[in-house]
Design a protein around this ligand. Sequence first.
Ligand SMILES: Cc1ncc(C[n+]2csc(CCOP(=O)(O)OP(=O)(O)O)c2C)c(N)n1
Length: 247
Amino acid sequence: MPEYKRPKSLMPMATGYCPGCMHALATRLVADVIDELNQKDNAINVVSVGCSALNLYSWAGDVIGSAHGRAPAVATGIKRSMPDRLVFTYQGDGDLAAIGLAEIMSAANRGENFTVVFANNQTYGMTGGQMAPTTLIGQRTTTTRFGRDAATTGYPLQMCELISVLKAPVFVARYALNSPKGVMDAKKGIKKAFQMQLEGKGFTFVELLTNCPTNWGMSPLDTLEYMNTNTIPYFKPGIYKDEEADA
Ligand SMILES: Cc1ncc(C[n+]2csc(CCOP(=O)(O)OP(=O)(O)O)c2C)c(N)n1
């Protein structure tokens, strides 16, 4: 299949993302997978708040917005009342790992049968680049002017590691979108998670390491190398849990 075609799950319009922002790439990957699984009219995209939620404008299928961090709670209700629909949340790191930490841990622990796509850009993008729970030690943000310091703000939360120790989740994986291989692997991971959900297997979680050129204060190209030297060594890509493989 030619990779340059616009997925039918996205409308023919420009995204609202800054140039070089990987939210656009991540959204595109999700849309590609939904097309390939022929789920455009069956999928429900649950967003909450942040730049992550901007994909709702270009999404061609069903989409619902929820309060900041609460997408997993909304997705729980939707999936339980419409179990045949393909339900996924698309969330940023401030959304998922700060204000929505209780919701994500609870939904994962209950083993809700939906998929979480977690775009981790290590900052609060939409509100101007404040520190997020996933901001790296030493990383400068508008609220950590001299770099994040563990003594006052703790350590970056590793969500795949946290969620994979719970009993209920069936697939937990992390991919980095700064290389062609990472992008292709991420697409496979999203597809596997959606397939497991369609087979009724349970809670699936896919973390995508993304960038924020605007708030990191770098060119999009420089963010790719920054991710290699800083992000990936701490947030290690890999499959953290796969009940199919472990069975
Ligand atoms: C209840 C509530 N608290 C705070 C905000 C302000 N707010 C909007 S977006 C955002 C940060 C989002 O960051 P993240 O989830 O990392 O997403 P990104 O913008 O980086 O994609 C915050 C704090 C809000 N809209 N609602």
